[in-house]
Design a protein around this ligand. Structure first.
Ligand code: 13P
Length: 243
């Protein structure tokens, strides 16, 4: 992974294959200086469409199983065969809506490594609370995945869940302090230097706040802003311009 890394998590957007191709084309154009790395994570149904337009693609989720009877699931090796090089694992929306556990997330990390995919592993506290209490929640998530994380090279995305969705103010200094703590903890527990991304309502309006801390942020996991053509192309230029 090359810094700064910008992961475009399109979530359940856009509405059609044609729009997915057009959006991917615009993102590729905005990222053409290759100063960093832009990864597009489309809904799985658009993976090959996006792959035709853009080099670095990710799946938004992957099965914890390598194969078998699991209707609706996609294995890590299938994603690899379709041209993906990354997979998002443990996103807060999946933890909440699909009740994914840290144990399942650890399995997904291992399946990703086996298929030679790089997992982008999301961690973060649910509510805005004191740094000490928030750290307790994040540490528990890390402790349960570190034995799997250690088996390869993953990327961590810190997503304070309360800041996802756009209407809450994110405190960039708080986020930076938490990311520093996460990085240090993984270094001590797993002897790994893991790249760390920030995700949580990153957009053109607030990006300058985060860029103040660019020395300790390896990139960004962008949600809804990444599915809007003007917003994401401007964001890429701003981020590339500052590193
Ligand atoms: P938003 O950028 O829409 O807040 O989403 C963040 C996120 O979930 C990225 O994966």
């Amino acid at each position: 992974m090359k810094n700064p890394c910008i992961v475009c998590n399109w979530k359940m957007n856009p509405a059609s294959q044609k729009e997915a191709a057009a959006l991917a084309r615009e993102i590729t154009r905005a990222a053409k200086s290759k100063k960093g790395e832009v990864i597009i994570a489309p809904p799985a149904i658009y993976l090959s469409t996006v792959k035709n337009e853009h080099t670095h693609v990710a799946l938004q989720d992957v099965s914890e199983y390598a194969k078998g009877a699991h209707t609706g699931s996609i294995s890590a090796s299938m994603a690899k065969n379709m041209g993906a090089s990354y997979v998002i694992v443990g996103h807060s929306e999946r933890r909440r809506e699909q009740h994914e556990t840290n144990e399942q997330i650890a399995q997904k990390i291992e399946r990703a490594y086996e298929a030679k995919l790089t997992p982008i592993i999301c961690v973060g506290e649910l509510k805005k609370e004191t740094p000490e209490r928030a750290w307790g929640k994040i540490k528990k998530q890390l402790d349960e995945i570190i034995p799997s994380l250690k088996k390869g090279k993953g990327v961590i995305a810190y997503e304070p869940v309360w800041a996802i969705g756009g209407d809450k103010k994110t405190d960039s200094a708080y986020a930076q302090a938490m990311m520093y703590r996460i990085k240090l903890y993984i270094r001590m527990q797993a002897q790994l230097i893991t790249p760390i991304l920030y995700g949580g309502s990153v957009n053109c309006k607030n990006i300058e706040d985060f860029l103040e801390y660019k020395d300790s942020i390896d990139g960004f996991l962008v949600g809804s802003a990444s599915a809007q053509k003007k917003e994401i192309t401007t964001l890429i230029k701003k981020i590339y311009g500052s590193y």
